[in-house]
Design a protein around this ligand. Structure first.
Ligand code: CA
Length: 289
């Protein structure tokens, strides 16, 4: 399953010194070091799983990411996705932007930065400590992944409002990172076997989540969970705060600006396409309207 914990070092640290030759993780755990690490995984209001695959495999994303990672001596291979995540577990309902003020939420990375612009107080809490913190009220809300992973950790027992969508993670990619010098040592056949295995992991993780989430969601709903949609007011305000963050970061971080410019252009072309057949078909199939 998707790893979801904090690292104090960038992926290049261990790979650069070759403590390990390879790892499977999310680049966005390192946004504290450089916000540019967000793009490889997911940025708030960014691209979905399918759109990330299109960007990475065909839209120039692979090269942009690897150019950035080359400063850390690593190569990247997409190796899984959770799909759009849920918006987490909230002890109290939030309907307006005013309701967000002072809410202590376990949320990491750029999503936390965006939320903090609207008064949420992001908290860094490791996976195993979220449940007791939520139970005691040390935190008021916590986000994790989606029904399958969330149900296992039992958050529904201590916070009944389960929001969607997790706008901070529209389609987070989990990557394999490989030390460049170690990669170069591999025989060509091994490189190809690795590449094929990464493709397989990329497809099967998403399929496994799509398979397991419906049953977990049904179980959660039977436990009295209130599934709620974030209001348009909250989505519009957070999306505006995200755009402001991207403009601000682009003005002072050339690496961020370089990828954001291309990423955002690509996302817009994807939205234009997905807004037609996919959107209408999904909408009708799921609601009958
Ligand atoms: Ca998450």
């Amino acid at each position: 399953m998707a790893p979801d914990f904090q690292f104090s070092e960038e992926p290049g640290h261990h790979l650069r010194w070759r403590t390990v030759e390879c790892c499977h993780t999310c680049s966005y755990y390192y946004v504290g070091k450089d916000k540019t690490f967000g793009f490889g995984t997911s940025i708030p209001f960014g691209m979905t799983a399918r759109q990330m695959n299109a960007w990475i495999y065909y839209g120039g994303g692979q090269k942009l990411l690897d150019d950035f990672y080359s400063d850390y001596n690593v190569l990247s291979f997409a190796g899984g996705n959770t799909g759009t995540q849920m918006g987490g577990w909230w002890r109290k309902e939030v309907k307006t932007v005013a309701d967000l003020k002072g809410v202590k939420m376990r949320i990491a990375g750029l999503g936390g930065t965006v939320f903090s612009a609207l008064g949420v107080v992001p908290q860094q809490v490791a996976g195993g400590d979220i449940y007791p913190a939520l139970e005691k009220g040390t935190i008021d809300a916590a986000e994790w992944v989606g029904p399958y992973d969330d149900e296992k950790l039992g958050f529904y027992k201590v916070a009944k409002n389960y929001y969607y969508p997790g706008w901070w993670e529209p389609g987070p990619v989990i990557h394999f990172f490989v030390n460049k010098a170690e990669w170069a040592k591999l025989p060509k056949e091994y490189q190809e076997a690795f590449r094929a295995a990464a493709f397989e992991a990329n497809v099967t993780m998403m399929a496994e989540y799509d398979h397991k989430n419906p049953a977990a969601l049904a179980k959660l709903m039977q436990s009295g969970v209130k599934v709620r949609e974030f209001s348009s007011e909250i989505l519009k305000a957070t999306s505006k705060a995200a755009a402001e963050l991207y403009a601000d970061e682009s003005s002072k971080n050339p690496a961020f600006k370089k990828i954001f410019t291309e990423y955002d252009k690509y996302r817009r072309t994807q939205s234009a396409w997905f807004s037609l057949a996919e959107r209408r078909m999904d909408g009708f199939l799921q609601t009958g309207k």
